[in-house]
Design a protein around this ligand. Structure first.
Ligand code: ATP
Length: 202
């Protein structure tokens, strides 16, 4: 899967609809301080399902909505769309019915985030798994933020291992294992409760 376009509307400093074409090969973003380079990378992470406000340099997720300036009022929503070329049909089965995938995340004040793939409403988890299975995602080592290289050099072996696992495309399996373990724990608790009831009846 290849990213071909990024569309922003009301996301951080990108108050007006902005359509960026992502060409083949390596993409660099250059511009003066404060022009919004990091905001672009954050938009990419955000549409892929990033849920930590700190990763967006904010206190709460609504901080990604354009907050207004002296001359322009704040917006009520932010939307980011990532257009992915799926001509090689590498998307997970549930989404593998089109040559192009439009993945959209929208946040509205006091109403939280909503996701769509094409015209279908989906869950955050669906979008996160879609990218995790494609060896990319909001935590992907392909997105290099400022200071990350020195962090990597100084990282503990366990953190470096996580990066290698992400690159190898197995981080989706960890997420699934975690969900399976939670279900198992829930089932064990229910069984314990059944044992209590049986003991009371005996
Ligand atoms: P540098 O080169 O200094 O790292 P940069 O090009 O990466 O800068 P960003 O950090 O992406 O710039 O953008 C910072 C700008 O985005 C600031 O002007 C800040 O006011 C603006 N900004 C961030 N969040 C919002 C928001 N919610 N609403 C409006 N503007 C915002």
């Amino acid at each position: 899967m290849r990213f071909t376009r990024l569309r922003l509307n009301g996301f951080k400093s990108f108050v007006d609809p902005t359509d960026l074409i992502i060409a083949d090969g390596l993409t660099g973003v250059v511009g003066p301080n404060g022009c919004g380079k990091s905001n672009l990378l954050e938009a990419l992470r955000w549409v892929m399902g990033e849920n930590r406000p700190t990763a967006m340099r904010g206190g709460g997720m609504e901080d990604v909505i354009f907050a207004g300036t002296a001359t322009r009022p704040a917006r009520n929503f932010a939307e980011v769309a990532l257009i992915v070329d799926n001509a090689e049909r590498l998307a997970p089965a549930a989404f593998n019915d089109a040559d192009q995938l439009d993945i959209v995340r929208r946040i509205t004040r006091d109403a939280g985030s909503a996701y769509k793939v094409g015209t279908r409403d989906v869950r955050a988890r669906d979008v996160q798994m879609l990218f995790a299975d494609a060896s990319t995602g909001s935590q992907s080592p392909a997105l290099v933020r400022q200071g990350q290289i020195s962090e990597l050099i100084n990282a503990r072996p366990t953190s470096r291992r996580r990066i290698l696992e992400e690159a190898a495309g197995i981080s989706g399996l960890y997420q699934r294992r975690h969900e399976a373990e939670l279900k198992l724990r829930g089932a064990e608790q229910n069984l314990g409760r059944v044992d209590d009831v049986v003991a009371q009846l005996a």
